[in-house]
Design a protein around this ligand. Structure first.
Ligand SMILES: Cc1cc2nc3c(=O)[nH]c(=O)nc-3n(C[C@H](O)[C@H](O)[C@H](O)COP(=O)(O)O)c2cc1C
Length: 219
């Protein structure tokens, strides 16, 4: 199948309004430069201390998508999508990357005093995490990058599907991930095939948003 470029760019507010969790994809490959832009958007995301503990495996080959589908409760869209970006966090990333983060920060104008503080506070903060706390921290950091990618893809005219329906050990095996990796979510990217999903709507703001303290409505 020939690669399909996105038709037109949407504004961010249009992309947010129109995005749906895509039920089915047509499988046409994504041009490499489009995929690159989507991935780069994710890498531009903010992260705690700029530690960037995210790692992404981009799956496009038919064989790997088939295996990934089997590790994802047989969800058809994993195989149908043009690309599936498997978003992971590396629990050991901060140990390996602290020097690099500080080096790049100092190059970019990070004050020496801040660098000295961060050199201590990053290990102080992260080295005491239990496994569950580390996974919680990784979920938080990685999902911001994930969301940047999802919205960039939508802006570019692609359709996306976020997925948490997968089995951690099976995805590990298929992708041959290092033990320190934690799989956070899968992002399927491509072009919608058939009718789009229904719009399930959202709870009213009074149900989920408060002003100043719990229980007071935002006016
Ligand atoms: C983190 C996350 C995980 C999800 N996992 C799945 C999944 O495994 N399979 C699926 O069909 N939909 C999945 N969804 C899609 C949601 O069901 C969908 O976003 C929700 O129903 C709202 O619909 P909308 O995105 O079209 O507005 C997931 C969404 C998110 C944000």
């Amino acid at each position: 199948m020939t690669a399909k470029t996105a038709k037109h760019e949407k504004t961010l507010s249009q992309a947010i309004r129109e995005r749906r969790a895509t039920p089915s994809f047509d499988g046409a490959p994504i041009p490499a430069e489009d995929l690159q832009r989507i991935v780069e958007a994710g890498l531009s995301a903010p992260s705690g201390y700029n530690m960037q503990p995210w790692r992404f495996i981009v799956v496009q080959s038919e064989e790997q998508k088939k295996r990934l589908r089997a590790a994802s409760y047989n969800q058809g869209k994993v195989e149908e999508a043009s690309a599936v970006i498997v978003a992971c966090g590396d629990a050991d990333g901060w140990r390996k990357d602290l020097d690099l983060m500080l080096y790049q920060g100092l190059e970019g104008g990070m004050p020496e005093g801040y660098a000295a503080l961060a050199r201590n506070s990053v290990p102080n903060y992260l080295s005491h995490f239990s496994t569950d706390e580390m996974h919680g921290w990784l979920n938080k950091e990685v999902m911001i990058a994930f969301t940047h990618m999802m919205l960039m893809a939508e802006v570019m005219g692609y359709d996306t599907a976020p997925m948490e329906g997968f089995e951690q050990p099976k995805v590990h095996e298929v992708l041959r991930l290092p033990m320190s990796y934690w799989v956070v979510a899968l992002l399927a990217v491509g072009h919608l095939n058939g009718p789009d999903k229904f719009d399930g709507g959202r709870f009213d703001m009074r149900h989920t948003v408060f002003a100043e303290e719990f229980g007071k409505p935002l006016k």
